[in-house]
Design a protein around this ligand. Structure first.
Ligand code: ADP
Ligand code: MG
Length: 279
């Protein structure tokens, strides 16, 4: 679904005369491979290049060097731009910037309408998408009155309505309260498991990646770790070096272990910890 080969991207800043003022290598030789149907997470401290990489996946940015193929389509090929954007939809941090309609169902219909889908089909898609994010009861509501989590689910429905094979979510829960975060994570899980949509989730919350098929850790534009959540969260010292935390329960188990309590590591869920602590 996603195949990057030595992907490098430089932001070039110029002064008013067009002279180069500075160059920032935001992505530096990244090789990321995602299979159809996978749930992949990307972690990394602020400024590590996650958003810049994400913007390549739906061809908002084009590589300075290297290449990126989405569903076998080269993102450098301008003729494939629309196909790529239809294949890979993007959800951003702030739902307020993504919702443009005055009524939920209209907002969700904008995407398919822009794709030139016939009206009857648009309404079918609106219905299906709102159902998939569990917001069908709100179809006639004004988005302004929804909670953050509900707004973000509407934004996700807007992307789902374009029937993408892949969805990239760039810190979709960063502005939400714990309840909203939970709602959105459940929605993402359903899209992946039931709708079989490939998910690429960028997040700061370690709890959100424990169910991922694969995790990539970025630092200074490079992929510095890659593996299953269990493999990643067993490398505590390395994660600290990249200024990343552990899921709370993993951290607790790690501290208990240091105190001499025998546990297999890493522990990823509360259930796992409980089952090992109770004889
Ligand atoms: P992340 O999403 O991991 O926080 P970004 O991809 O946003 O990282 O940023 C990677 C690097 O690129 C940072 O050093 C950031 O300052 C720089 N950067 C991001 N956007 C721009 C831009 N539009 N112009 C110049 N530099 C940018
Ligand atoms: Mg970012």
């Amino acid at each position: 679904m996603v195949n990057s080969k030595d992907l490098t991207f430089e932001y070039i800043r110029r002064d008013e005369n067009g002279n180069v003022e500075s160059i920032t290598k935001a992505v530096d030789g990244v090789n990321i491979h995602v299979e159809p149907g996978q749930f992949v997470a990307i972690l990394g401290h602020n400024g590590s290049g996650k958003s810049t990489f994400a913007k390549h996946i739906n061809a908002l940015l084009s590589p300075t060097e290297g290449s990126l193929f989405i569903d076998k389509k080269d993102t450098k090929n301008l003729e494939k731009l629309w196909e790529i954007r239809q294949t890979a939809g993007m959800v951003f941090q702030n739902p307020d910037n993504q919702i443009i309609g005055n009524v939920v169902e209209e907002d969700v219909g904008f995407g398919p309408e822009n794709l030139g889908i016939e009206t009857k089909k648009i309404w079918e898609r609106v219905q299906e998408s709102l159902q998939a994010v569990d917001m069908l009861n709100f179809r006639k509501h004004s988005p302004n009155k929804l909670s953050g989590g509900q707004k973000q689910r509407v934004a996700i429905a807007g992307v789902v309505a374009m029937k993408p094979k892949c969805i990239i979510l760039d810190e979709p829960t960063a502005m939400l309260d714990p309840n909203g975060r939970k709602e959105v994570m459940e929605t993402i899980k359903i899209l992946n498991q039931q709708e079989k949509i490939t998910v690429i989730l960028i997040t700061h919350y370690m709890e959100e990646v424990v169910n991922a098929d694969k995790v990539f850790v970025m630092n200074k534009g490079q992929v510095v770790m890659e593996g299953t959540p269990r493999e990643i969260f067993s490398q505590v010292e390395q994660l600290k070096e990249y200024r990343l935390d552990l899921p709370q329960v993993t951290e607790l188990a790690y501290e208990l272990q240091k105190e001499g309590i025998p546990l297999t590591s890493p522990i990823l869920t509360v259930e796992e910890l409980l089952s090992q602590l109770t004889p």
